[in-house]
Ligand binder design. Structure first.
Ligand SMILES: *Cc1c(COP(=O)(O)O)cnc(C)c1O
Length: 400
């Protein structure tokens, strides 16, 4: 039986579903990117993006590309050829950030944790204190490791760098956390944070956003590595007039303004973070109801945007994902890298509400049951409803 009517359930950890309003904001004739109408966008967008990053001090960079392009932009603007980089690796994206740096010609060392673990500040401190670590110019970290569903504590990571006396730059990938999980650029003294458009920010794929500290900006001004399109200098100069040094994704910027207004001004960031926490807790309760394990062992580090579920012996994560797609018209994330067949991933970020989560976990449950796992039907929906239902107000309808 295939499902052709109704909507597709896009529950991968990015790209995520777009709100109708964001779609409609982009559904317009292409504008002149040197017109006053266009120039009015950036002065509105940039302060909102700063709020999402938690940055009063940093400067925002908007580029065409994706999260991967954001890695490159962060690296080539702040580092000189041959500079040493310490890559924190606790999953596929941490590995990818480090590999990007290696391919660009930096000297990369890795600090590796088992998949499912967080980036451990004490291990980082020890490494930075060890002989020969003094020359390390940058530490790369993924705030929310999307391959394993683990959120690391960036503030504690910066504190560990301080304790070790390191003056390395802190470069942070926030691709699957920004706009969904609290991020504090200034407070954690991050040097560059980078994000893609298509995850928590409720936008289509195609842009990357960065926030650069005054120190990162100074380094980019007097050095960095050879670059042209990714050079922050011309971008920041043009932004003063609301313009870009190249043709930007103009229509996406109309969508971005709408998405940021929804997140920052209408729902409010604290409520957005609370919603993601609530939805993620319900998904985790559903996994418990199936008697399955979450890849991130320590509850304190479980991600509020993505849950990687370990599949029991005899089942194959890729087959589960394929079944959900063909049978229920729902996209789940496959396991990544090491956990390709051992896990599947549920994305629960962006434009998402309680009823959608109930339908989604019910779909996962139907899939598991049809794949032969003895889950009890309705368990996930019940777990979610228990998490979502609030007690009736004391002044509810009485017998009279
Ligand atoms: C999705 C993702 C990326 C890669 O982003 P692209 O937009 O696909 O280039 C990088 N890091 C993390 C943590 C991600 O979740």
């Amino acid at each position: 039986m295939s499902v052709l009517s109704g909507r597709h359930f896009l529950q991968v950890p990015g790209p995520t579903n777009l709100p109708e309003r964001v779609l409609r904001a982009m559904d317009r004739p292409v504008v002149d990117h040197r017109s006053p109408e266009f120039a009015a966008l950036l002065p509105r967008i940039i302060p909102l993006l700063k709020q999402v990053f938690g940055a009063k001090t940093g400067e925002i960079i908007i580029m065409s590309g994706s999260g991967t392009g954001g890695w490159e932009s962060a690296l080539v603007n702040t580092l000189k050829p041959g500079d040493r980089v310490l890559a924190c690796v606790n999953g596929q994206f941490g590995l990818g950030f480090g590999n990007a740096a290696r391919k660009l010609g930096y000297e990369v060392e890795e600090l590796v944790w088992d998949w499912g673990q967080e980036v451990r500040p004490d291990d980082l401190e020890r490494r930075l204190r060890s002989a020969g670590a003094a020359g390390i110019k940058a530490v790369t970290v993924v705030h929310n490791e999307t391959s394993t569903g683990v959120t690391s504590d960036v503030g504690a990571i910066r504190a560990a760098m301080d304790r070790a006396g390191s003056d390395a730059l802190l470069l942070v990938d926030t691709v699957s956390s920004l706009g969904s999980i609290d991020f504090r650029f200034d407070e954690w003294r991050v040097d560059v944070a980078l994000c893609g458009s298509q995850k928590g920010l409720m936008m289509p794929p195609g842009q990357a956003y960065l926030c650069a500290s005054p120190r990162a900006l100074a380094l980019s001004q007097d050095g960095g590595s050879p670059r042209n399109f990714l050079d922050w200098g011309p971008m920041l100069r043009e932004y003063e007039r609301g313009l870009f040094p190249f043709t930007p994704n103009t229509l996406m910027l109309f969508g971005l303004r709408e998405a940021l207004v929804m997140l920052v001004e209408e729902e409010g960031l604290p409520n957005v973070y609370e919603r993601h926490h609530r939805l993620a807790s319900a998904v985790r309760s559903s996994v418990e109801a199936w008697n399955l394990s979450i890849m991130c062992e320590k509850p304190a580090f479980r991600s509020n945007t993505v849950t990687a579920v370990l599949v029991p012996d005899g089942l194959d994560g890729m087959e589960i994902v394929e079944h959900a797609r063909s049978r229920l018209n729902m996209s789940l994330g496959v396991g990544v890298g090491q956990s390709r067949r051992r896990a599947f991933r549920i994305g629960h970020l962006g434009s998402l509400n309680e009823l959608e989560v109930i339908a989604m976990v019910s779909g996962v449950e139907m899939t598991l049951r049809e794949m032969g796992l003895p889950v009890s039907l309705g368990a996930a929906a019940a777990a979610c409803e228990r998490a979502f239902v609030t007690p009736p107000a004391p002044s509810g309808p009485g017998p009279g």
